[in-house]
Design a protein around this ligand. Structure first.
Ligand code: NAI
Length: 479
């Protein structure tokens, strides 16, 4: 990749193609475009310096350019080594400029980063030129937040701990990165953490990390949990995965899904969308769950619910969607049918025991094409693993489509504005956006679909005990 002090992308000459796709995406992202129109004069993010770590796709390009249209300065990295769309990254880096004189947002992302490059890119979004410090983090999965928290912790301790045999590869590389970083003393991490007003977090797994840090008293700045806006998790996680899961399987393998037996591990928001899309293609879908409520939901939705061990030998497709670890073990993979397809759509790659698979006696890995590998066991049978166990909808396909991401990212923009302009309303802790903003995000997406929304009369509103303009539901309502 081409690397200058102020951006690192694969190929700037892809910018024109990227710009064309960004222009198409804008039409499909009415929420973000409404934000640009509504806040053009007010510039609520003027003075904000946002460090963003989120899959560098075409849709994210529209988010980035919405943040800058609202006055923010932005630096960006992807939150996954395989998820960048290089043409989108190039277009954002070029911005209003040309390939020879890029004038866009500093983007540090390319498809197929090494883990070392990944953490380097994450460092770059926090390392602002001219002695400036970021004031906001926009995170997906929490890696930028993790880097800051670890850097502060090790600065205070005066040393970076050694990795142990149990340290996952990802963290081992982060520790090495931080060791070099702290030795170079380029950044005053304590001043940086103090300058950050807060973080807005995109996904279930990142929110989980934030909740743990808040519980343990380690959280350094307030957070808004964007994931749990209804218009995020009940849309992106569900309808987004309903679209992009099978897109990834199709682009990766091109097998006919109809007639196959598919196992989806986890029946949360992501699992529900995955199961529906596989069933829509004609697969017979089996769910695994640990939560009796979700297991019962799956059963009443008409799915067989079973333990993985009971079905591992006859299913054709396996998808993990749990946010948990070690959901499919190496031993279980060794019992799968020849050419069973195994992939993960949860945030991190620890759902499938890839390290254990690599350690099996006589195992052989063959690259079919990037992000598609067969693993052949000693007895000659093989399985197909997508995106090396990392999220396959972004590794093998292009992630969620624009319209659903417009909902998620409108929440992100509102959350950034809230935290930046009303910092005092959000004390240290993990918050969700108020319900009226959640309803507003949905409202902004109705016209594009020709939805005719019924309006309450004053009498009806009084009868229900809600304002005519909403919010319509109590906080505990689950949709
Ligand atoms: P969720 O919490 O709604 O659902 C996860 C489900 O997995 C829960 O019902 C839980 O009971 C179940 N589960 C946990 N451990 C399990 C195990 N060992 N076996 C079987 N089931 C188990 O979370 P959500 O929102 O569905 O997210 C799941 C993961 O997907 C997270 O890591 C999240 O960050 C990620 N995600 C990925 C997206 C993508 O585009 N690839 C989009 C949105 C979220």
């Amino acid at each position: 990749p081409r690397t200058t002090p102020d951006f690192g992308v694969a190929d700037l000459s892809l910018a024109e193609f990227g710009r064309k796709e960004i222009t198409l995406a804008e039409h499909e992202m009415p929420g973000l475009m409404a934000m640009r129109e509504r806040y053009a004069a007010e510039q609520p993010l003027a003075g904000a310096r946002i460090a963003g770590s989120l899959h560098m796709t075409v849709q994210t390009a529209v988010l980035i350019e919405t943040l800058t249209a609202l006055g923010a300065k932005v630096r960006w990295a992807s939150c996954n080594i395989f998820s960048t769309q290089d043409h989108a990254a190039a277009a954002v880096a070029v911005g209003d400029g040309t390939v020879d004189e890029p004038a866009g947002v500093p983007v540090f992302a390319w498809k197929g980063e090494t883990l070392g490059e990944y953490w380097w890119c994450t460092e770059q979004i926090l390392d602002w030129p001219g002695g400036e410090l970021p004031t906001m983090i926009l995170d997906d999965g929490g890696d930028a937040t993790l880097l800051v928290h670890r850097a502060v912790e090790y600065t205070k301790a005066g040393a970076v701990p050694e990795a142990t045999a149990d340290t996952p590869e990802e963290l081992r590389v982060l520790l090495a990165t931080l060791r070099n970083n702290l030795a170079a003393q380029r950044t005053d991490w304590i001043a940086l953490a103090n300058a950050v007003k807060g973080v807005t977090e995109e996904t279930t797994t990142g929110v989980h990390r934030l909740a743990e840090m808040a519980r343990d008293g380690q959280l350094l700045f307030p957070a808004i949990n964007v994931n749990d806006s209804v218009t995020k998790s009940k849309f992106d996680n569900k309808y987004g995965c309903r679209h992009s899961l099978i897109d990834g399987i199709n682009r990766g393998t091109d097998v006919l899904i109809g007639g196959k037996v598919a196992v989806v591990c986890g029946y949360g928001d992501v699992g529900k969308g995955c199961a529906e899309s596989l069933r829509g293609q004609g697969a017979r879908v089996i769910i695994t769950e640990i939560d009796p409520i979700c297991a019962l939901q799956a059963a009443l939705d008409g799915y067989q619910v079973a333990r993985l061990d009971e079905v591992v030998g006859y299913a054709d497709i396996f998808v993990t969607a749990t946010g948990c670890l070690d959901v499919i073990s190496a031993e279980q993979m060794s019992r799968m049918k020849h050419q069973a397809i195994v992939g993960n759509i949860g945030h991190f790659d620890n759902e499938i025991d890839m390290a254990g698979l690599a350690r099996l006696d006589g195992i052989r890995r063959t690259e079919i094409k990037p992000q598609v590998h067969t693993w052949t066991f000693a007895d000659g049978r093989s399985i197909i693993v997508l995106s090396e166990g990392r999220l396959l909808n972004l590794g093998n396909a292009t992630g969620h489509p624009s319209f659903v991401m417009s909902n998620s990212f409108t929440n992100q923009v509102l959350a950034q504005i809230e935290l930046f302009t009303r910092t005092d309303d959000y004390p240290l802790g993990v918050h969700v956006l108020p319900k009226h903003l959640d309803e507003e995000v949905a409202r902004l997406h109705l016209d594009a679909l020709g939805v005719g929304l019924t309006e309450l009369t004053a009498e009806q509103a009084a009868y229900l005990g809600v304002p005519v303009q909403g919010p319509y539901k109590p906080e505990a309502y689950r949709y």
